[in-house]
Design a protein around this ligand. Structure first.
Ligand SMILES: Cc1ncc(COP(=O)(O)O)c(C=O)c1O
Length: 397
């Protein structure tokens, strides 16, 4: 069967491979502890589900404007302004089918064939894949746990060529949970302006920041930087709405108009019912969101301490999102009953087979040596998962 090269050479998402394996085992009745998933375990708050039911009853079941209904785009503008002080007009906001789609629209709108997009590693697996889909070239900047997995202005400067069009910043980060401080962002912003780059600032985890960390949104740094920023936001993570498929992009109106054109030809509007639910999500009482954030923070504390108590495991504490990214490399080269652990993928497969615990290997995020462990699951599951990981690691020698 003929398949176009672009799709033939595309890799399956590494995270999906692992969660697929976990689902397969669960379907066989095996009690798998899934620490691989990138979605909250909470149900969508009732007030949001009620708003969706009302939208259907009110007959909001037809096509909407391709870029999303005006009341939602207005609500997004207010939601962003209340959070970071940055003002966006309705024609500077587009609603898409999840933040992943927002990112696709963005890249398709700003990248011409052969242009380079800088991606700090470890990265969310979808970034390189999307850059390749739009015929751009991903250029990676490696970071280490010593720098809290953040790039420096010097590293950024060194990675820029005359083909560089954009930098993707994931802040807070999936997979590491690290968050840039305002001054770190300002130093990056200076290089961005000097080189006339776009910054795709993926802030989908912006509402999940812990320890009173003072979060700075990239477009809030200066009016000049706002002009160069494409802000990606959404309801999937902070409102536990992954299945509703609503993402937001805020940027200069010419860019948004380009994305609107693209979206109108590709998908038309995002789900009408989800759009009405999203208005309630971001405009209604936010106490449920705060409850979820506090629960995540408690789990994070537990996981951080428990991981560091395991022999040979080193974890930094995350400031945001719902992942830790500990170093497991001291187990590489060891084996158990003929199974040798050469790298993080082997370790992930070993942990599923031996302990029935699903984690995601650092290699899929471009950072060998580490494992991504999500705490978007109950405390009981985390405790059981840690116990099983410890037992399985103890069998390696
Ligand atoms: C960093 C990051 N950006 C965007 C997304 C996509 O979110 P959505 O479900 O809204 O498409 C994810 C989901 O895993 C993510 O981790």
């Amino acid at each position: 069967m003929y398949i176009a090269t672009k799709v033939k050479t595309m890799e399956f998402s590494g995270t999906m491979q692992i969660s697929g394996k976990a689902k397969e085992l669960k379907a066989q009745g095996i009690n798998v502890i899934d620490l691989s998933v990138g979605e909250p375990d909470f149900p969508t708050p009732q007030r949001i589900k009620d708003a969706a039911i009302k939208a259907m009853e009110d007959g909001h079941t037809g096509y909407t404007m391709a870029a999303g209904i005006v009341p939602l785009r207005k609500a997004v503008g207010k939601w962003i302004k209340d959070f970071s002080g940055v003002e966006y007009a309705v024609n500077e906001i587009i609603v898409s089918n999840g933040a992943k789609h927002s990112l696709y629209n963005t890249l398709q709108t700003i990248i011409d064939v052969g242009e380079e997009v800088i991606i700090p590693a470890p990265y969310w697996v979808t970034y390189p894949a999307l850059v390749k889909i739009v015929d751009g070239i991903p250029v990676y900047i490696d970071t280490t746990s010593e720098s809290d997995f953040k790039i420096t202005p010097e590293q950024l400067k060194a990675a820029i060529t005359d083909k560089t069009r954009a930098l993707i910043l994931c802040n807070p980060s999936n997979p590491t949970g690290s968050v840039y401080s305002k001054s770190e962002l300002e130093a990056i912003g200076k290089i961005v302006l000097e080189n006339d780059l776009y910054v795709i600032s993926d802030e989908i985890y912006s509402r999940l920041v812990y320890d009173d960390f003072e979060y700075a949104s990239f477009p809030s740094l200066s009016p000049e930087l706002k002009k160069k920023t494409i802000l990606i936001e959404g309801v999937s993570k902070s409102y536990s709405m992954t299945g509703w498929r609503i993402g937001f992009t805020a940027a200069d109106k010419e860019l948004i108009s380009g994305m609107g054109k693209l979206q109108s030809q590709m998908t038309s509007n995002p789900c009408s019912i989800s759009q009405y639910a999203a208005i309630e999500a971001i405009s209604g009482l936010q106490s449920d969101v705060e409850e979820m954030r506090k629960t995540f923070s408690g789990r994070r504390e537990y996981l951080f301490n428990a991981l560091n108590k395991i022999d040979g495991v080193k974890a930094e504490n995350a400031k945001g999102a719902f992942y830790l990214f500990p170093d497991f490399s001291s187990y590489f080269g060891k084996s158990n009953a003929g199974t040798k652990i050469e790298g993080s993928m082997d370790l992930a497969m070993y942990l599923i087979a031996e302990a029935q615990v699903a984690t995601v290997p650092g290699s899929v995020f471009g950072a060998e040596g580490f494992m991504r462990i999500a705490y978007a699951t109950s405390m009981e599951n985390l405790e059981e998962g840690i116990k099983r990981i410890k037992e399985a690691l103890n069998k390696l020698s």
